[in-house]
Design a protein around this ligand. Structure first.
Ligand code: SF4
Length: 283
């Protein structure tokens, strides 16, 4: 593997981390607890998420007891920490737990750990109650437990960037990137590439001009050059007076068919005009 490939992969990771932040494996705990913490954070416990979550786990037997309790009972537990946010947070936590239970018929998300990133996306489609933070944590956990090949949408980005060539397989990509970065950074890169593929470098209609990777991306540079060439061609066209046609003028000494036809029409109009102005004879 060449030094330029290694440099490129490291640069891509750095640029993606600059755009989206570093992604590291979250602390090991049941996925449901991550979901509850993310829900609390969304509803007023941004700075006291951990404490609010601890309060719930200390005062209730498990998630199911939170689900079947009333919102005011849950809010009472959260109130000393969250004040006015306690009731909205309690409502949100109970709503998420109820929706998960109705969908999965249990309150465990651990089956997600065996899924590939793509399978997680499919599963997320059935679990719309999960917020963005919950999804990311689940994805990070699933990817860090998985030796699955690079996800196909991330592979699409890798191919466009031109790291390993257009025919690299998902499995080859995983092995090569792992050798360059090590497992911790590979996980981060996988998640960032996955996110980038879903939001910016989408399958169709992607806009390289607003992409953080454009400086290190073969496809991006190619497209940027095409855009610049089109702009230069437009700029070099001779300017036309407003209203004047940019079509070439008819050759001198021989009016074109259409121009002689329009000439006749104009003459006819003139004639008609003159006749209209002719004074009537007096009887
Ligand atoms: S520059 Fe364009 S092709 Fe390259 S990663 Fe960005 S969006 Fe994708």
């Amino acid at each position: 593997m060449g030094a330029s490939t290694i440099r490129k992969v490291e640069d891509v990771l750095g640029l993606l981390e600059g755009a989206y932040g570093k992604k590291r494996r979250p602390p090991a705990m049941p996925l449901l607890d991550h979901v509850l913490m993310a829900t609390l954070a969304d509803h007023g416990a941004r700075t006291r998420t951990r404490a609010a979550h601890k309060e719930l786990t200390d005062k209730f037997v498990d998630g199911n007891e939170v689900r079947v309790s009333s919102s005011s009972e849950v809010a009472e537990v959260l109130e000393p920490l969250l004040g006015e946010h306690a009731l909205p947070a309690a409502n949100a936590v109970r709503a998420v737990l109820s929706a998960l239970f109705e969908t999965l018929h249990e309150l465990s998300l651990e089956h997600m750990l065996t899924k590939t990133a793509e399978e997680c996306l499919v599963a997320f489609g059935k679990l719309p109650m999960l917020n963005a933070e919950s999804r990311e944590v689940i994805l990070l956990h699933a990817l860090s437990h998985s030796t699955a090949p690079t996800a196909s949408n991330a592979l699409r980005v890798v191919k466009r960037i031109g790291v390993f060539g257009p025919n690299v397989s998902g499995e080859r990509c995983r092995v090569e990137l792992g050798e360059i970065l090590g497992q911790a950074d590979l996980l981060s890169l996988n998640v960032l590439l996955f996110h980038h593929a879903e939001t910016v470098c989408v399958a169709k209609g992607y806009d390289c001009t607003r992409c953080a990777l454009v400086k290190r991306c073969d496809r991006g540079k190619e497209r940027k050059a095409q855009v610049a060439a089109v702009a230069a061609a437009k700029a070099s066209r001779p300017a036309t007076r407003s209203g004047a046609s940019s079509r070439p003028a008819a050759p001198r000494g021989g009016a074109s068919r259409s121009s002689s036809r329009s000439g006749r029409a104009a003459a006819g109009k003139k004639k008609g005009g003159a006749a209209a102005r002719k004074p009537r004879r007096a009887r």
